[in-house]
Every structure is written in structure tokens, then in C-alpha cells.
Design a protein around this ligand. Structure first.
Ligand SMILES: C[S@@+](CC[C@H](N)C(=O)[O-])C[C@H]1O[C@@H](n2cnc3c(N)ncnc32)[C@H](O)[C@@H]1O
Length: 236
């Protein structure tokens, strides 16, 4: 049948964090797509790829960021139609995505919509460095040791997402998509006795980057590209 689709993680922001494998796959692809909110808007993943190799031509796929399920499904379907046309022409298609393609990425939505239209399409992923890994490194925070556990939550709908994981003192907690709720997240950590040692990273590897304690950044909402990392309260 020809044609294959690969989701390529490009890391959180710094082009130096694009892996050798990711760069090779992007260079070898016939077409490289990346998500954006509008055709004339440079997405983060595209920007990283451009900085890593300006010879790679990145084409934009528009994904709706609205909460409206129908609008999102329509965007996935339109994007899939474009990709399927390339696959039908026998092309190897790569999709560059921020961080890792298997963690909170649009890639699996695209892959599912492609498979619906074109069952049997070979789909693969290339892992990428995740934002919380970069935050741990930058803030010199050991995430896990011994038998400790890790919870990763999305706080897009607010700080309630922290309540379950905070009940486990031997688990580290990563909070994604909670930038706008940062003041409430800090309150929730404080109430659980977990503010000490909690670190914050915003726009990691990108212009305007901020790294520091949650305590120092809790006064205002942050941007969407913000991550909180809370080490376990009891260390093994
Ligand atoms: C749609 S998820 C993408 C996660 C990504 N696939 C990963 O593996 O890290 C977006 C969330 O990832 C985190 N994130 C991604 N890039 C980031 C960056 N450069 N700086 C801080 N947080 C980032 C933020 O929490 C953001 O809300």
C-alpha cells in the first residue's frame, strides 16, 4: 500500500533536545507536518524543527484548541484527509509534536483519524524528551527513587486534579496544562504540606523561560506552557 505515518517528539523547546533519531526521521520523511492553531501561525514544534535544521520544510496542520468536541473532531478529520492524500501517494509522513508523542499529544488523535480513513496504515512514534524531565534537570530535582511512584495529571480543568495523587506521600506529582490555575495549585500544595520542594517551569527552552520554586511564582496565573513538579513527601 506504501505510505507510513510517524509521530516524532521534538522535546519541550530547546532544539538541542531533539534526539538524533528524531532528526534523522524528520530529514528522511517525504513530508513533515506539525500542529498549529492557524495556518499563518508558527507552532512550537515547527519552530523547534526549523531551528534544528532549516532545510526541513514543515507544513502546518490546523488543530482547534476549542473545548467544542465537534470542532475538534472536524479539525482532526480535515488534518487526516490531508495526511491520507500524502500516504496514498506512497509518501513517508512525519508529524512533529512537542515533548513526547505518546503523552498528551495531538498525534494519537491524528493517527486514529488516519486509520479510520485508511485502515492498515503503518503508524510508529519516536519518543521525545518531556517537559517535566527538562524541569527536573533544570531545577535539580530528583523525581523518583527506590519504590516511589509518579503521577502525571492534567490540571486544565483546575486544581481538583491534584487531590487524588496528593494523597500518596511516596508519589511524585507532575502537573501539566495547569498554568492558568497556578495560584490555586500552589494553595492545594500548601494545604497538603507539599509546597516545599515543589518546582515550576514555564516556556522551558523557549524565549521568556522561567524556572524556580512554585512558592516564588504562585502570585499570578502562568501561560499554558507551564509545568509543576512535586517530589515525594516521604523519600525511600
Ligand atoms: C499538550 S501537553 C504536551 C506534553 C508533551 N507531549 C510532553 O511530553 O511533555 C502541553 C503541556 O505540556 C507542558 N509543557 C510542554 N512544553 C513545555 C515547556 N516548554 N515548558 C513548560 N511546560 C511545557 C505544559 O504543562 C503544557 O501545558
Amino acid at each position: 500500500m506504501g505510505g507510513s505515518l510517524v509521530g516524532v517528539g521534538v522535546g519541550p523547546g530547546d532544539p538541542e533536545q531533539l534526539t538524533l533519531r528524531a532528526l534523522r526521521v524528520l530529514r528522511q520523511a517525504d513530508r513533515v507536518f506539525s500542529p498549529t492553531i492557524a495556518l499563518d501561525s508558527l507552532g512550537r514544534a515547527e519552530s523547534i524543527v526549523r531551528q534544528a535544521d532549516s532545510g526541513i520544510a514543515v507544513e502546518r496542520l490546523v488543530f482547534a484548541i476549542t473545548g467544542d468536541d465537534d470542532a475538534r473532531a472536524a479539525a482532526h478529520s480535515d488534518a487526516a484527509a490531508l495526511v491520507v492524500a500524502c500516504l496514498d501517494a506512497g509518501e513517508q509522513v512525519a508529524f512533529a509534536t512537542l515533548g513526547d508523542p505518546n503523552v498528551y499529544s495531538t498525534f494519537h488523535h491524528l493517527a486514529a483519524a488516519v486509520l479510520e480513513r485508511r485502515p492498515g496504515t503503518p503508524i510508529a512514534t519516536v519518543p521525545g524528551i518531556m517537559a517535566f524531565q527538562e524541569l527536573a534537570a533544570r531545577a535539580a530535582t530528583v523525581v523518583l527513587d527506590g519504590t516511589e511512584r509518579l503521577s502525571v495529571v492534567s490540571a486544565v480543568d483546575g486544581a481538583d486534579a491534584l487531590d487524588g495523587p496528593l494523597g500518596d506521600p511516596e508519589a511524585a506529582l507532575v502537573v501539566y496544562k495547569g498554568g492558568r490555575h497556578l495560584p490555586e495549585i500552589a494553595e492545594r500544595l500548601e494545604a497538603a504540606g507539599r509546597l516545599d520542594g515543589a518546582v515550576f517551569g514555564e516556556l522551558l527552552g523557549l524565549p521568556g523561560e522561567q524556572v524556580g520554586s512554585v512558592q516564588d511564582h504562585r502570585a499570578r496565573p502562568a501561560t499554558y506552557l507551564a509545568t509543576v513538579l512535586v517530589p515525594p513527601a516521604i523519600r525511600s
